[in-house]
Design a protein around this ligand. Sequence first.
Ligand SMILES: Nc1nc2c(c(=O)[nH]1)N[C@H]1C(S)=C(S)[C@@H](COP(=O)(O)OP(=O)(O)OC[C@H]3O[C@@H](n4cnc5c(=O)[nH]c(N)nc54)[C@H](O)[C@@H]3O)O[C@H]1N2
Ligand SMILES: Nc1nc2c(c(=O)[nH]1)N[C@H]1C(S)=C(S)[C@@H](COP(=O)(O)OP(=O)(O)OC[C@H]3O[C@@H](n4cnc5c(=O)[nH]c(N)nc54)[C@H](O)[C@@H]3O)O[C@H]1N2
Ligand SMILES: [Mo]
Length: 809
Amino acid sequence: MTNTWQDIKNANVVLVMGGNAAEAHPCGFKWVIEAKIENNAKLVVVDPRFTRTASVADVYVPIRPGTDIAFLNGVIRYLLEQDAIQKEYVRAYTNASLIVKDGFAFEDGLFSGYKEDTHSYDKSSWNYALDDEGYAKADDTWADARCVINLLRAHVDRYTPEMVSRICGTPQDKFLNVCRLFATTSAPDKALTSLFALGWTQHSIGSQNIRAMAMVQLLLGNIGVAGGGMNALRGHSNIQGLTDVGLLWNLMPGYMVLPTETEPTFQKYMEKRQFKPLRRGQISYWRNYGKFFVSFQKAIYGDAARADNDWAYDFLPKSDAGSYDIIRAFEMMNHGELNGYICQGFNPLQAFPDKGKIRRGLGKLKYLVVMDPLDTETSRFWENFGPQNPSDPASIQTEVFQLPTTCFAEEDGSLVNSARWLQWHWKAAPPPGDAKSDIWIMAQIFHRMREMYRKDGGVFADPILNLTWAYTDPTEPDPEELAKEMNGKALADLKDDTGAVTTKAGRLLDGFAQLRDDGSTASGCWIFSGCYTEKGNQMARRDATDPREQGIAPNWAWAWPANRRILYNRASANPAGKAWNPDKPIIEWNGSQWTGIDVPDYAPAAKPADDIGPFIMNDEGLGRLFARDQMTEGPFPEHYEPFESPSQNVLHPKVRTNPAARVFADDRAAFGTPADFPYVATTYRLTEHFHYWTKHALINSILQPEEFVEIGEQLAKEKGVLQGGWVRVASKRGAIVCKAYVTKRIKPMLVDGKTTHVIGVPIHWGVTGMARKGYGANTLTPSVGDANTQTPEFKAFLVNLEKVGAPVA
Ligand SMILES: Nc1nc2c(c(=O)[nH]1)N[C@H]1C(S)=C(S)[C@@H](COP(=O)(O)OP(=O)(O)OC[C@H]3O[C@@H](n4cnc5c(=O)[nH]c(N)nc54)[C@H](O)[C@@H]3O)O[C@H]1N2
Ligand SMILES: Nc1nc2c(c(=O)[nH]1)N[C@H]1C(S)=C(S)[C@@H](COP(=O)(O)OP(=O)(O)OC[C@H]3O[C@@H](n4cnc5c(=O)[nH]c(N)nc54)[C@H](O)[C@@H]3O)O[C@H]1N2
Ligand SMILES: [Mo]
């Protein structure tokens, strides 16, 4: 989230599109109700199904799965055409005025630079025209046809209300109603908030769904302000923390990037990270990258990270051109290229696409390690549970190790919520039986591996032998000690320009501003610096005082970065430093400094007259309506059909799907066509279950005992399916047999003149636990991911459905 849960109450319009917050975030959803009651906010829900969120909405609008970009580009077209944008904001705070260099073009579904052979782009033309000093050229009058705003206008021109309706199946009047509501928030004192989750991310164009909405928000002047923002409602209670500490294959802590083979030396790596400002006088905050990076190396390698060995840069793995995401891991398993796998709190057999492929992959491993408090489908993949898991144990050689772990309630630690708050929690009960904490297990694996390297040597033992491990109890490091390591400390006396000591060696740091690139500081995760200081554990703070009752309680827990609650909050004030919305100011310039209820997201000493853009993490300091070379498939969002869809791409039939998506040959062969699989399916969760583990709890299993699919009344009639009757739902990859829930909540849509039915498949059932056995939604789903993140396309694919008799028990 750019903003916070509490801040939702400040919105005038709340958009839930690409998520079902009432169902999946029922606790946080109370702030939407608060916005409706306290602020007279309008709630807009855009979803293929009439959901629990839709049931309390002011406006519900249906959409065909996988077509949100067409919808949002249509919104952008409307806002530009009606001049319903916050002009002063757009001019001062976005890259609307910057001029794009010659050579950038878009034609017939492809941007300039497409390379057919590699299904990828040469992105060199996706950038600004630069002047002699290397700054981006601009035209504040927007007369130049190559200004970003004019190129954007031309790009979205095709997305007329007729076209939106043809692609999305959304009736034109409903679409235009949403446009008009959004437009009301272009007033400087009005805000729209966007709440989203998997309905946007789980698509082969997922990242561009979110970009498209971020552009809408920039045009409306809704980023950085109270009640605005782009608010990703995150999944597992600590999934925000997972990305923060760099647990994705290509990341390091604090969103630094793991080196690749093209960066064999530290110098080469840093050359690519110059972050030179693209406007005169601009702050480009990532210029501090070296400080964060060196401090990280000092945290993990201690004295072995020295200036003369480039801070042990060679110890870090360098990835090749391929991406080591989960879809790739299972592709490699299936081809015998990966033979050991560790699942820590992860149940891929249930959670990942094309279950048959996942099962075959696991069966080719030499060993599988499952660290989990519960029995999972993955750890039992080799067993025959009947049609729901038809394995043949005799033919599977994989050795499976189950290591029982504790769960969050049995240990101290912190969880990072969607609003970036690190909240400390305390152990409530001792672990049962032989269960050990994840920390203990990881420590044991490390000690044993280090011993083996010590004794037997190895190809490159240095990174393991030199890892720092200075914990009070090396067998099970204390969570507080780990938190202090993340926060960081001074390794030598830190001095200011006059030579006076500001921080003594050994002291915990107050924040990342103190980090140095000379080896005198260590910090395991720069964005967490400030969470555990000499003043104590900031994450354990529980003072709910909210000075302006605006949803900002600065002494409750601690938010990264720097305890800032609303990101980009400089943009909440106009260029002169006065709040756009005087009733809900966040920070303002009082003539000599920035003051307000939040930590300024700006250079503290920068005056309004300095004309520094508010988006200081970007080289140009501006919000991007044109993403430059940051995205895989283009600097503007474009509508591409899901890999399985009932429709051709009416905009450019030759480029039907995302041209830059990575698709493995085996997976391409497993895509079905509308002739065989005429219905659109989408998958989702129910409040009564949490994925695949609450079926181990009796009460949840009673509330939602068995697998079912939701179908509309018209489709049920056509197929002769009665309420609660048995159906077989099949995709090209597999079939499930379960009961049908016939509902008014899913209605057929008219897509490009054709009636299109949507089938809803909740995800929660499997073969372990107390609920009835189920196949799992991922028996059906295709193995293809978003081109930027590889998040699987779980939300739009094709199936067929037939009525069947009850299965024989
Ligand atoms: N009770 C409960 N809560 C949970 C979870 C749980 O398992 N149980 N899981 C947690 C996790 S890890 C996550 S990531 C979040 C997920 O939170 P959400 O993303 O809100 O949950 P989903 O139910 O997967 O999907 C949301 C909605 O997207 C809609 N949708 C599908 N395709 C499209 C599309 O193309 N466009 C649009 N606009 N909408 C579409 C679906 O109809 C569905 O209503 O929930 C978290 N909260
Ligand atoms: N078709 C379809 N598939 C989906 C989705 C969808 O919408 N549609 N959603 C996707 C999403 S967003 C997600 S997040 C995934 C969820 O997929 P998973 O994360 O694999 O699902 P969970 O059941 O939450 O599994 C987590 C496991 O962690 C264990 N666990 C809990 N606490 C601890 C702990 O402290 N330590 C350890 N070691 N283990 C612990 C639990 O017992 C559980 O078995 O599913 C994905 N799959
Ligand atoms: Mo998730």
